[in-house]
Design a protein around this ligand. Structure first.
Ligand SMILES: Cc1cc2nc3c(=O)[nH]c(=O)nc-3n(C[C@H](O)[C@H](O)[C@H](O)COP(=O)(O)OP(=O)(O)OC[C@H]3O[C@@H](n4cnc5c(N)ncnc54)[C@H](O)[C@@H]3O)c2cc1C
Length: 593
């Protein structure tokens, strides 16, 4: 089954839930016009559905291969990548100063969803390149920017993010890669990194590694980590790739999914030291890397949305053709398509509503990132930055979990045909499974949300956000649209439950272990409430458009998803709040040793 980008759904979410239409009307989106949004979404959908989607299954079956330190991506990928980058798709929200389109991050979120739905293994490389561009733009010297940014923005070269070592996964304080100043402004880097996505490949002639390493006199732990730029090929004076740097791919992982995305072990300095350049200040590397992480985490959450969308399309197509049993009203001589069975419809609605809620959350995070960059109103930008910080762990963790849940439901709808590889339903599940793990595991995201965001000393942001959710619930309840069902009251109840759980966290601030044990259900509670509130906001807008005579089919879908999500998912918020407030006791009492 192919992939058809859900342009109308994405557009509605961008325009109405994430305020893109309003920002365009107010002149807050640069040169972006409504027509340009349509054109970009249409062209991206065409490339994703026509060129990338057919690569997904062969990419999975063939995978990337390593021989003599060189990695080959599946046949045809270098040409497709060239066409993709040549069309300017790498630079959607990257600075025009360096050759990008300079559009809002919301636009890049929309196009990235399409690349990822079409072929997640392909889309992973650009995620890292774009994150590296953000980091270099903010922290690198002018000289490094001038040499590297134009090629990275155009996608002529790709970039990587080198954090992980075998003893340093979630705990980056344990990393051991060394950097020693050479005295000429460069550094010699030695060490071994693992799990480096697109660490080596044949798509571009150069690969730019961003590497975390320790200087000899660095303080221990995370305060002693610096960031270095280490190119695969050193540059000639004219900026073209020249001599090979001492960077080698020593292995490729065999893994559950994303087979075409090369996950590399990289050795730096086996022959004397790879040459690197410091990015940002010494010992401030983690802070620099965090610039990359906000966007990378948004895009990781988005991977969940994207793959959920693909799995939904495939399951719906299957449910229309597979015949089993007789649904009510079917003649005795016939079998019904399984789509006719109420339980199959429930599963499909669950897939669609979860995907819509996750997309709405990701678009809100992108909106916050956009407003944080708009310096015309410094106070709004500061608040938006804080909001982006709050929504980032929620987006990363919840949307990636949704990806796993929805792809699993996709298999369920296929029955046995989902479990065998033939239909491709299993691939979506296998591909999605990494997303809760990398870019900071979802457990670590939950801890970040609770400790660094919600309980940040002096911050009232969480309360303001919860008040906003409640206000949406009240507005939805007061609108009395029959198709809303219990949407408004459920959003109100969820917001109240989230408020109670947030007060509980504050009361238990001194009980560190209880907070840590409650973090995951708290993140889920926050996410489920956000999802319901953002979908309700969209439903309100959709109902008003319908009342004004707009009969676009997307409006009824938006309202149906909001109602279904609230009545089937967000109703769980009250229970989740109870888990937060009482549920930390069981894990703390067990497995003492
Ligand atoms: C396919 C793939 C691609 C990747 N790409 C990259 C890449 O491009 N660049 C890169 O640098 N890395 C990459 N990674 C590494 C990835 O980011 C790490 O695997 C991840 O951060 C988790 O680290 P770990 O595997 O060592 O697990 P661990 O840190 O050992 O965690 C194991 C479990 O313990 C939990 N845990 C650990 N510490 C805590 C704590 N303090 N509190 C609560 N729970 C905790 C975790 O949540 C997890 O469930 C990739 C990994 C894979 C598999």
């Amino acid at each position: 089954v192919g992939y058809r980008a859900p342009i109308d759904r994405i557009r509605f979410s961008l325009d109405e839930t994430a305020e893109l239409a309003a920002d365009i009307a107010l002149g807050n989106a640069g040169d972006l016009s409504s027509e340009l949004v349509s054109e970009i979404l249409y062209e991206a959908a065409r490339f994703a559905g026509g060129q990338l989607a057919p690569q997904n299954v062969p990419g999975d079956r063939i995978g990337s291969r390593l021989a003599d330190g060189k990695v080959s991506t599946p046949p045809g990928w270098p040409a497709i990548y060239k066409a993709w980058a040549g069309a300017g798709w790498n630079g959607v929200d990257l600075a025009a100063e360096w050759g990008g389109m300079g559009l809002p991050t919301r636009m890049a979120t929309a196009t990235m969803e399409m690349w990822t739905s079409a072929c997640m293994s392909f889309a992973l490389g650009p995620v890292l390149t774009q994150g590296a561009v953000d980091t270099l733009e903010k922290h690198a010297s002018e000289a490094l920017k001038a040499l590297y940014l134009p090629k990275l923005v155009s996608g002529e070269w790709t970039a990587t993010m080198n954090l992980t070592e075998s003893q340093a996964g979630s705990d980056l304080g344990a990393l051991r890669t060394r950097a020693i100043a050479s005295g000429d402004g460069t550094y010699h880097i030695t060490g071994n990194k693992i799990y480096i996505t697109y660490g080596e490949h044949d798509l571009t002639e150069n690969i730019i590694h961003l590497v975390l390493a320790r200087l000899p006199d660095a303080p221990p732990g995370t305060k002693g980590i610096s960031l270095f730029l280490v190119p695969k090929f050193l540059l000639n004076p004219d900026g073209s790739p020249g001599e090979r740097n001492d960077v080698l791919c020593t292995g490729l992982e065999h893994k559950l999914g994303i087979h075409a995305s090369p996950t590399c072990s990289i050795a730096y300095g086996e022959e004397g030291g790879a040459i690197g350049w410091l990015v940002g200040e010494e010992n401030r590397g983690l802070a620099c890397m965090f610039t990359m992480m906000n966007k990378a985490r948004l895009f990781t959450g988005l991977q969940g949305v994207a793959i959920a969308e693909r799995a939904y399309q495939q399951a719906l197509a299957f449910a229309k053709t597979r015949r089993q049993g007789r649904a009510s009203g079917t003649p005795a001589s016939e079998m019904s398509p399984i789509l006719a069975h109420p339980d199959v419809r429930r599963n499909l609605m669950t897939m669609r509503a979860l995907t819509s809620a996750a997309r709405a959350i990701a678009h809100q995070a992108a909106l916050a990132i956009d407003h944080a960059q708009d310096m015309r109103d410094a106070e709004r930008a500061r608040k938006a930055e804080e909001l982006a910080g709050l929504l980032t762990p929620i987006t990363k963790a919840y949307c990636s979990d949704v990806g796993v849940d929805v792809t699993s439901l996709g298999i369920q709808i296929h029955g046995g045909m989902g479990y065998v590889e033939e239909t491709g339903a299993a691939q979506h599940f296998r591909d999605a499974r990494i997303t809760p793990i990398y870019e900071g595991t979802n457990g670590i995201q939950a801890i970040d949300l609770v400790i660094r965001k919600v309980l940040r000393p002096g911050s009232t942001l969480a309360d303001e956000v919860i008040d906003g959710f409640r206000a949406i619930g009240v507005a939805t309840r007061d609108e009395t649209v029959p198709d809303f069902g219990q949407l408004g009251p459920i959003v109100i109840d969820a917001a109240d439950a989230l408020r109670e759980a947030t007060d509980w966290l504050r009361l238990h601030q001194s009980d560190g272990d209880a907070l840590l044990a409650s973090a995951t259900p708290y993140l889920r509670l926050f996410a489920v409430t956000s999802g319901a509130a953002y979908l309700a906001k969209g439903a309100l807008r959709a109902a008003r458009r319908q009342a004004g005579g707009d009969s676009s089919p997307v409006l009824a879908e938006v309202i149906a998803d909001a109602r279904f999500y609230s009545e089937n998912v967000a109703v769980g918020a009250v229970g989740l709040a109870m888990t937060v407030m009482t549920g930390s006791v069981p894990p703390l009492e067990h497995f003492a040793d």
